[in-house]
Design a protein around this ligand. Structure first.
Ligand SMILES: [Zn+2]
Length: 197
């Protein structure tokens, strides 16, 4: 992870409703947040955790549920820690959501991946010095340049290398693990983490 501090989200949010998502998928999403916390893949900072996890609402839908900004994964998460993202406009840097808090700072990144990879239904973004250090040895594709978190520049740098791979490194920052299901995305992250010996 870079030394860049968390300063909040870098896009505008339009709330279509203040209602937090209420969906059975939250059970698994909460469990993966806990696992990421326990393994140190979403390291805590004062006020939250460095990491964001999401899942698509339904096959090929643009809508997805994502962790809220500044949620601490060391705590038991309630439904209102999550936000339903209805749509994103990267050009206007505008995100339309339903929920009682702002969505994760990397919401536009998740949105762009779901848009470009219809095969992907879950995206888990975490931070691990261990995985960053092992990226080259494990032959993991990496974005070419370091970009500030939560920006459209970072999104573009990831789209450049996205291809059809399900695990990528954001240079000097963290990793993105993707899958057809949360189980696939989560297990892939665990496999990579466990390969760094
Ligand atoms: Zn990050």
């Amino acid at each position: 992870m870079t030394s860049e501090r968390y300063e909040g989200i870098k896009f505008r949010v339009e709330f279509t409703s203040k209602q937090p998502p209420h969906d059975e998928k939250l059970v698994d999403l909460k469990a993966w947040c806990k696992k990421f916390h326990d393994l140190g893949l979403a390291p805590p900072y004062e006020g939250g955790s460095y990491g964001n996890l999401s899942c698509r609402m339904a096959a090929k839908s643009d809508a997805f549920i994502i962790t809220g900004s500044r949620i601490g994964m060391k705590h038991e998460l309630s439904d209102d820690c999550f936000v339903l993202v209805n749509s994103c406009d990267p050009e206007k840097e505008l995100v339309s959501v339903s929920g009682s808090r702002e969505p994760s700072s990397e919401t536009i990144l998740h949105c762009a991946i779901y848009h470009n990879r219809k095969d992907i239904n879950a995206i888990f973004h975490g931070h691990s010095q261990k995985i960053l250090k092992w990226a080259q040895k494990l032959n993991i594709t990496e974005t070419r340049e370091e970009k500030p978190y939560g920006t459209v520049d970072l999104v573009e740098s990831l789209l450049e290398v996205l291809g059809s791979e399900n695990f990528l490194i954001i240079k000097n920052h963290g990793f993105i693990s993707m899958g057809k299901s949360m189980e696939e995305a989560g297990n892939l992250a665990l496999l990579m983490y466990n390969s760094c010996k």
